[in-house]
Design a protein. Sequence first.
Length: 293
Amino acid sequence: MPVDVRYLTDPACSWSWAYEPRLRRLMAEFGDELRWTFVMGGLARDYGAPGGSDAAEAAPDGWGVHAWLLAHWLEVSAEGDMPCDPLLWRESPLRSTYPACLAVKAAAEQAADGGHAYLRALREGLLCFRRKLDTTEALVEEARRARLDVERFRIDLGSHAIVEAFGADLEEVRAVPDEARDLGRVMGSGARERLPFPTLVLVGEDGSRRWVYGYRPYEEIAAAACAAGARPAADGGPDVPAALGRFGRMATAEVAAVCDLPRPRAASELWRLAVEWRVARIPVLSGELWELA
């Protein structure tokens, strides 16, 4: 019986973007041993309102929220070795992440993967391609690119059921266990207290829960999966084309993680395949993504 994994995140969370190599490695190594649910955390109700986001509190005196977010995205993407283009915050800043969270819940209504591919598309759009994904039409266009049933998506996006589903997610990320407080892994305070993004909750067959709070090493994540009852595949990682075929666009760090390669070797292999016209490079301000040609 697969271990249920509840992934607490937000489409615009830069630390979740940095986490993608570890997340995809977990998916590759454990496969069907894990069953995923994507819990949308509502990172920012309103970036422009007092108390409307963590960024408003984190920005130093004299910094605007958007300027701080631009610098923060660059810093976090460098930490995770993931490409990023934070000029979104200068050219067309988001007002809220709530619309994108609702859109992921709507995608989950029809997508066999629980909305994971759509969530990834939003991450790329926001963090790599400067797409202002906080309006219905922009989110519908992403659904079209993801080959979802656009009319059904539009109806679901405007439904009370999706609002209620997102509301349940918000309650979940704000239900902070004592363990998280003891470890100092709580974000915000008072009414805005919540778990950090990303957080994984692994639910074993007996109902026991194991938590991985925040941006943690892969070894800690894999150990929690094993403790919950999941077993990794015995074979090694896939080759580079197979990894790209499974996951779609990938950063070099993701290829290295999924294929179990040193980063320099992963980069060399990607460039070799690009010269052979087997993969295509997609430039991003601070790096690149790769996909099958």
